[in-house]
Design a protein. Sequence first.
Lengths: 230, 382
Amino acid sequence: MMQRVAVCLVLLTGVLLAPIPGHTALDGARLARVCPANAEKLLAILETAKRAGLPVDYLETRINEGLLRKIPCPRLVQVLEQEYAILGETRTLLGSIHDTSDATLVLFSKLRSSGLERTSLISLIAVFGQTRNPGMTAAAGLFLLSMKELNWSEDQILPLASLIAASSWNSEQRESIKQILLYGASLDIERHQTVELVRNGLARGRSFHQIRRDLLDRKPFKLENQNGRW
Amino acid sequence: MGTMNEWLRNLAHLLLFSGGILLFLPMALLSETSGLLTFGAGWTGNHYEDASQSATMTGDLMARLALRSTTDTGYDHWRLSAGAQGTFALQDENAILAAISWEHGVQLSDGLFQFGLDVDHDYIPHKDARNYDDASWTRLGGTAHTALRLDSTESSFLIRYRGGYDAFPDHDLDAFEHALTLKFTYSLAISTIISLQVSGFQTLYSERNTVDALGNATDDQTRDLGLDGQITLEHWLDATTGLFLDAMIGRKASTANLYFFGPGETVLVFDGDEVFFNDFDSYSEFSAESGLTRRMGNLLARIRLGFRQRWYDDRPPFAKNDTPDAAGACRTSRFDLSVSLDLELNEDSTLETSCSGFIITSNDEKLQSDGIGFRLGLKLLL
């Protein structure tokens, strides 16, 4: 299960961080052959999306992906309905920053459909409204999702993710931030304190070495004494 | 002696009790509070790690409380620990442990100054039948430490001095020990950290004197002097996978000697097999350890591999029948392997499992041994 999720995250990273490729047109004949009972419903969703001005290319790509991965047809309908709803909801949220372009809409919709909570999406949209940096916004979203896989809640990580979205840190630096968070947890420091210390340190321009040391100074318990007795 | 023992024991209890009330309760109203409860059970196939191969089920329970008050200029940190360790087949080893410590930190512009006090107490109520003097190992210890750390963006230099006294009411191991440590830590890259450490220590035994060649106590107290150097390398392949390597060389020079009564004799019987060993506890050693940490979702796996080689200057190796080889010098090698898996049940609770094993090879047959053990426990952050 964990491996599957990790693979999905890696794939998602590629999808989000790579430039948006030209989509593959929906293979109607294949759809009718593979999902004879559901093809009409899927096409109806596409038609509704088109009328609503939502990016149909994105939904078609999702159907193609589903067919390629041999997703059961009823499940494919369910997923597409969900994607359609997410696109609509996300477009409403993006109205607040006056950017409902297809690229922006698809970026945030992908994050939402990957499991990002609505509150996190709103925060990232707010940061994006100031930075207009899709790459770092995607990186921040992925950071949230990857920490979720490590059992941290989005609420806990959101202050750091917002900072990442507004930063220009590269993937190695982001990985180090993740490592520092896990280091704090290994010292039995409460998670919200760990995030606060790391966030404040980064915001003040402290180095990773210094932040690590800050956490070590904060270690609440002494699990063994100097003589190694206990 | 008995009165003194009672006095020390009562003093220890009084100190811990009054310390708890005077320090912790008022501070609880002013500070950040963290609690940690750990408990577990397991089995070890060779508790004493020697040729006796004594196996026992084990149990442990430890409660920790930490209080901290932080300001812009520094912090005060109080820690209280109390718990028990049980060895079911070796009742003499059951222990109740308690400790109180306070540390004050002063934030400097590029560093930190620390000062702290520790009091800890091991209460081992049963007599320890395994030892020659058949006395308990109850101990009361007090330590003070001070440290200065100078920081730069990518490195830190720490100088630390610690001094303390351990009192054993039923043993003559009472000693003052002090140590000086210098440590330099440097981040080679974001994910690679190297540290170099040099420590020197001295132990002065206040109740244990050396003996002469006839077994009579001299006026000289036993003293140990030690020096060790350590290098540690930590490297993170990514956020969830880390490697560490650690190597240490050390030297202990001791004035401890031994008038050996004879094989299996715990009291002096003049039967002609007495031997005097002038240097019983000086040795050099080398140790190395490597480890791998890997986190997969809410599962944390760790593997540790260790090796230690110790060369005694003049301590003789003993045969299984307790006969020393006066012409030889004891050599021991030890290999350790441990694997642990921690499963995070949620943010505040972790199920801990560990399995470990060791092999000691030595020309001292009483030390030559091996053993495995495992533990299942729960850690709760409160």
